[in-house]
Ligand binder design. Sequence first.
Ligand SMILES: Cc1ncc(C[n+]2csc(CCOP(=O)(O)OP(=O)(O)O)c2C)c(N)n1
Length: 366
Amino acid sequence: MPQEVYSNFSIRKLSILDKDGKADEKLLPKLSPAQLKEIYTHMVLARTLDEKILKLQRQGRIGTYSPGLGQEAIPIGSAYATQKQDWSVQSFREHGMMIVRGVPLLNIMLYFGGDERNAKYPVDNILPNSVPVGSQTLHAAGIAMGIQYKQKDAVAIAYFGDGGTSEGDFHEALNFAGTLNLPCVFICQNNQWAISVPRKSQTHAETIAQKAIAYGIEGIQVDGNDVLAVYAATQEALARARTGKGPTLIECVTYRMGDHTTADDATRYRSPEEVQYWRERDPLLRMQKYLLAQGMLSPQLDEQIKNESTAKVEAAVLQYEQFPAPSVDDIFDYHYKQTPADLEAQKKELHAFLDTIKPLGNEGEK
Ligand SMILES: Cc1ncc(C[n+]2csc(CCOP(=O)(O)OP(=O)(O)O)c2C)c(N)n1
C-alpha cells in the first residue's frame, strides 16, 4: 500500500464589513434597511447598558459585572437570526442576545445585583446565565437531543469563550452533537483572553473553528466584530440544523475590550497597543459607518437612537433600585414540598434575630 493523503480539510473564514464599514456586496445578507437599523439600535442599547452597569458597580450599586464591550456583534448578530422557538444557552457576556430576544434590561441588572429572580424571563427558551466555563455546550447539546426526540422545529445555540474550548464539556458536546446529528449551533466568542490566559495557551491549533473537523461537523471562522458576518453565519448554521443537516461550530474572532469582570485589571497583563489595535476594529463604529455611508443613518437619527437608549437604561436603573428585596423566607421555602421541622426552627430563629436588630435601624429582611 503506498502512503497517500487521506483527505484535505479546509476551514472557511467569513468577513463582510471591513474595519472601515465597507461591505463586500456579494456577501451581504438579505436584511432590509429597517432591520439593519434595528440591529444597530440593539448594539447601541447593549453598549449603553454596559457602560451604565460598569458605573453602577463602581458606585457600589450593583455586584460584580462581566462587560460585553467590543463583543456586541456576536450575541446581537446571532440572536437576530434566531426564531422564537430556538433556545439560547448563554454564559455571562451575552447581554446583547437577551436584548434582541426581548428580555427586559431590569432582568439583566437583577442578575448582576445578585437577585435570583432575574431569571424569570417573560420570553421562552433562554437559559439563565451559566458561569461554569464550557458548561453551556453540554446544556445546549442536551436541549438539542430533546428537540430531536420531540421532533420540534427548533435549534439550540450555545455561547462560550475561547477558554471554554479547553474544557472537557466542549469536546463531549461536539462529539455528541456530531454523532447524533443534533440541531445545535456552538458559538465560540474567541475574545483572545480567558481572564489573564491568552488564546495561544488554550490550543496550539491555528483556529478554534478547525476543531469541528475532528468531530465531523461543520466549522467556520467569522470576523466577530462584523455583525453582518455573524448574522449570516448563524443564519446558515440555523438553516442547516433545522433541515436535519446537523450542528455547526462558529468561531467568532473578537476582543474583550474591557476587563474580564469588574474584579479584574487587564492592564496588568496586556499592552495598550493590543487594545488600540482592536479599538480600531470596534463592531459598533463599523456598523455605524456602514449605515451612514448607505444613507440609512443620519447624525440626527444616530443622536436620537443614543438618547432613546440612555432613557431606556435610566428607566431600568430606577426599576432595579426600587425592586422590592426578596424575603428571607426564600432561603427556606423552596427546598422541600413540606419544610422539615429543623428548617422551620431555623427560620423562626432567624426571624427572632432580625426582630432584635430592626430597632437598631438595620434594614431587617434586606
Ligand atoms: C469550570 C470553571 N472553571 C473556572 C471558572 C472561573 N472562570 C470564570 S470565567 C473564566 C475565564 C473564561 O474565559 P473564556 O471561556 O475565554 O470566556 P470569557 O470570560 O473570555 O468570555 C474562568 C476561568 C469557572 N467559572 N468555571
